[in-house]
Structures are given as structure tokens and as C-alpha cells.
Design a protein around this ligand. Sequence first.
Ligand code: IVH
Length: 695
Amino acid sequence: MTTTPAGLADAAAYAAAVESAVQAAAAYYTSGESPLDDDAYDRMVRAIAAYETEHPEDTLAVSPTGKVAGGATVGDVPHTVPMLSLDNVFSAEGFTDWTASLERRIGRPVTAWSVEPKLDGLAIAARYRDGRLVQLITRGDGTAGEDVSHAIDTVTGLPAALKEPLTLEVRGEVLMTTDQFEAANTVRTAHGGTPFANPRNGAAGTLRAKDRPYRVETTFFCYGVLALDATGEPADSLGEWPHSRILEFAAGLGVHTAATSAVAPRTASTVEEVLARVEEVAAARAELPFGIDGIVIKADLADDQRDAGSGSRAPHWAIAYKLPAVEKVTRLLEVEWNVGRTGIIAPRAVLEPVEIDGSTVTYATLHNPADITRRDLRLGDQVMVYKAGDIIPRIEAPLVQLRAGDEQPIVFPELCPQCGSEIDTSEQRWRCVRGRNCRVVASIAYAVGRDQLDIEGLGTTRVVQLVDAGLVGDFADLFALTREQLLALDRMGETSTDNLLAAIASAKGQPLARVLAALGVRGTGRSMSRRIARHFATMDLLCAADAAAIQEVEGIGVEKAPVIVAELAELAPLIGKLAAAGVNLVEPGAVPPAPQEEGAEEEAELETAAGPLAGMTVVVTGAMTGPLEKLSRNEMNELIERAGGKSSSSVSKRTSLLVAGDGAGSKRTKAEALGTRIATPAEFAELIAGHLAEA
Ligand code: IVH
């Protein structure tokens, strides 16, 4: 449905494209319900601009090119100073070319740059008189905007009173954070309304809405301040300030900026520094609690801005470095219900394949049945899908206005789709009443996997055989298997039996972290299992811990801690069997917490954090060679942590060292841009030599 002409063949195709773009822009800037995703809209406008360059005589007056907001809406409140848009670049090369043209324009190098997130919302001007918030105006056509002061109470980040009684105009972006968006759609659908397709549409709709029977919130992020005189006309008291100082000034007055986020504005003095920051912001994007669609880079000093000047649409001293679109519209074809190892029944959306940010997306997470109800999803719906970085793609919302009427309700299972048992629907996440027993084979196969108990010779087929023969019902039963029992199985000779028994016996000596991983405690993965094991040192101490004590472990918050406590209680019989079978339940080298004695805990942390990598965050990429060749990623991470370091999967400015093997790609490029230390596998093996021997 978002098909856009790559090249417009003739005047008729051009006129049709202009009409669609104008309609989309109007919908986007008014109701916030454009049927085109950003990428499709941008492509359409680029095709229109290309046609106009070739055929200037055909150019239509209504064309969106060269207009603020695609020429969409106008309001009747004149702006003090025009609210401009930004020109775009899409690559490091495009940005470098742009800096060169700016420097030619001002006749000297730009002294300093401000690099900040391009917030994905709507531009707003907020007027303060004597420190009081008096008016909120949309950008409109850039010259005049709409008065949306009725929405003042819904916007957080714009205080009703500044910390000083100043008269000024704060400019910035209003958006919905991910949490605000979820909350907004919950309350809207509960009131029989239709969900917003994405957070930006939610912010647009909320600013314009009057007299809603419910309240939803948006967040303001300031990116500029204009001083005004007593009559509300522009004054130049901030005229000589660098942009970065203006942002600090705004924050000091109590206005929200991006300063407290992971993508806080930074200054940079060279193009290389700017590009390194661009990489960092791009890498942080997927985890941000709000949407960004690029990075805005501005000449920081007032002199440079003044000399560069502005065009009618955009300033010459700032540019938007656009990041690839992370949202696309596609169709929801089906919902699958999968039963996980722990018996959780999770819905998964099957989508018409769509390309987002370089990969094809076919599935999206739907979390739980309540999530489907809250989103009011139906089979056949056009849905807005979001995917950034390594995160699992998610459906933001259906595009309700595009419904044809033949969409079908999503049917929830009445019995467990795996084993046909009843479903426990008392929690948001539905679970087969048999819990882990519903997926015995999967649970055992996972527990004996290479990164858990690492029992060689025990693949899924063999596990099925053991379960079918009634020899094992959980992985603790493996330790009770006898030679005779194994020999009696099909395709089990003496050698394989002895090898398997030896592998099972040696698995008894695995560290606690791996036993925990094998248990598959909900809410924990391998790396969290290692952290828990290091913190508590023994299974006894862990099982005796309450939620507060578990929260002491880095990365476990108020929500996860009680789940882990409940899980451990549920797993107690299995843990008891493991203990009885003589399985090691202690983490070698870890010192148990001693909460009664003050300071003892810090000492313990210090002791475990000693080693050649103490205080370092290490990332591994590419293929390992030499002494590290046989290690899986998990084993490399274990090694890093044994040597006192922290392991991480993504390169950021906090990374101390990148171990880059053969075939290292984007992580290496990024580390180079950031100036991060890079080691070959051989150099790294030498660095942690003493700890490698323990592997
Ligand atoms: S500065 C004169 N800074 O992006 C410069 N704009 O595509 C005007 N935007 O109209 C804008 N984050 O609505 C600026 N950090 C930021 C921004 C930002 C988002 C929006 C703004 C602008 C649009 C242009």
C-alpha cells in the first residue's frame, strides 16, 4: 500500500504523486493519522522533487517540495521568528559535503558543532511571560501556527512557571515516550476509541484534541530558546550565546531537554568527532524510551550561525542526519501461539514480509493476549511495525482508518496448543497448567546445551528417546541414569553409553552460573545467571534470598525480582534433586554477600572484580582463532567476567576493549570511529592468559 513511484514517468504520474503527498501531509499534521509511513512519504517527495528538476514547467503550486510541513496546515498565530525546517543528509559522506559547503559559505571552518537527537514528534513554540507559560503554538506553515494552549496540561517537560520570571519563547518537540504511547492506546481503546498508529501520531492527535473524556500525556524536549521583550517581540539578549549554552540555560529554568537522556546533546570540534557521536546516538536508538529519526547537527556559535544565514525553508547552519526508518506499514496475516520452555504461551504476529532498516521482518512480538486486546488488532489489519537495532520487531498499532471491513478477530487458544492441557490465564502471560512439564524435551535439551551443562552426545533425539522410555522427566533425572538403562535403548552401543555417562558425570562439576542457566529461570538469561551466581555464590543463599536481596544484583529491578523468587520456589523440587544427585551448586571464586556487616559487600565485589580486565567493558566480535578458537560467545563472556571484566554485546563509548576476530564488521568500524582499543584474539589470549587455563 505504500508503493511510491521511484521515478515519475509523466505529468499525470507527477500530479497523482503530488496529490497523495499533499493528502498525507495534511493528515500527518492535523489528525496525526497519515496512512503513509515516513519512509514512503520521503521517497514520494524526493521523486516529486526529481521530476520538478527535470520538468520545471510542470511544477504545481500545491507541490509539497520546498515547503515547511509539506505546505500542510496553517494557523492564525504569527510566529515571532519563522519556525524553520531542516535540510537532510543520509550518510557520513553527505554530511561531510554539507560541512564543506557551509564552510565555503562562511569563509572559514566552523568553530564548534552541537550534536543532538532529532526527536520524532511535532515542533512547538511555548511562550512564557514573566516566567509563566501562557501560550502553546504549533509550527503550522512556519510563519503562523495553531494555538494549542488547551493542551498545556497534557505536556510534561514544560513547567507552568520557570525558575526565573523571564519572558521568552521555548521551542522544541512534543512527542510521546514509549510508555506514554502504550498508556494512551490503553485508555483510548478502553473508551471505545481507536489506537494511535505510532507515538508521533499520538502526540499530534493529543495536541489538537479538546474535551477528551480521558487524559493522555506527551513530553516536551526543548531544542532552542528565543528571548522576547515585554511586548512579546524578539529581543537579542541571548543573541551572542552558543547554542549549547542556550540548551543548558533552558534546562536550568526547569524546561526539559534531552540532556538527561542517553543521547544528550554534545559539542564536537571536528567532523570526525561529530560522526563518532552520530554512531553513538544511532547505536543507542533502539534502547531509547522515546523515538528519534536522526541526529541534528548545528553550528554552535552565534557568529557562525549568523554568517551562514537561513533559506526560506531551512537554516544553512544546521542539518538533519537522517537515520534509516524503523517503522513501516505492513499487513498482519496471522497470529501463532508458541509454548516456551517454561510453559508460557506467547502470541507472535506473522506479517507480510517488509524490509525495515536493512532486514526483512516477518514476525513481531505480541507479548500476551491482553496486549492484542489493548491494541484492538484484527487479522488482515494494516499495522505499523517498529524495529530498530537488535530489538525484536513490535507492532505499534493497527491503522484503523484503513480497515476494509473484512478483517477478522484474533482467536485466543482455549487449550494449550502444545499438549492440550488447560491454560492458566490468571496472569497477563498465559501459561500451560503443566508449566515446564509441557515442554519437557525442550527444557531438557536446553539444559544440556553447550552453554548450560554442556553434556555432549545428548541431542534432542536422544532426549526424546529418554523421555519416551520414561527414564527422565527433568534434567536432574539424567544424573541417576545407569549403564544398563542406556544400553537397553535403541542405537546405544557400549562406547556411546560410556561417553554419555562420562559427560553427565563431568556436568556435575559445572559452576552454579551454568546450573542456573540450565534451570531456565524466567526473567534470566545466561549473562544474568552469571551475575546472580557471582553475587550469591551458592544456591542455598540464592534460594534463601527475598525479592529485596535479589534486587541487589545489577540489572534486576522491582518487577523482575519477585518473578525470580517465585520461579526459584517453583523450581525448589528440581533444585533439591540436583543437590541430592551431587551436582555442584556453588560458584567458584565468588564470595557470598554478608549483609549484616557493613562494607563487607563492597569488599566482596572488589574481590570478584579483580583480574587483568578489572573495571573494563569488553565486546567480542568476529571469529576467534588460536587458543580462543573453540570458545562460544558465551564462553568468551564467561572468560571476560572471570578475568574481572564486564562483557557486553554492543560497542559504545563505555567499551574499553574490542576483541576483533576474522570477519569483524560494523562493531570494528564503530570502535575505530570511537577510538576504542582493539585487540586481536591472540593479543587478548595473552592478556588473560592465567584465566584461560581455568576454562
Ligand atoms: S532545530 C532552525 N533541533 O525536526 C532549526 N529541530 O525536520 C530548527 N527536530 O522542524 C529546528 N529534533 O521539528 C531542531 N534537536 C532538534 C530537533 C529538531 C527534532 C524537528 C523540528 C524541525 C524538524 C525538521
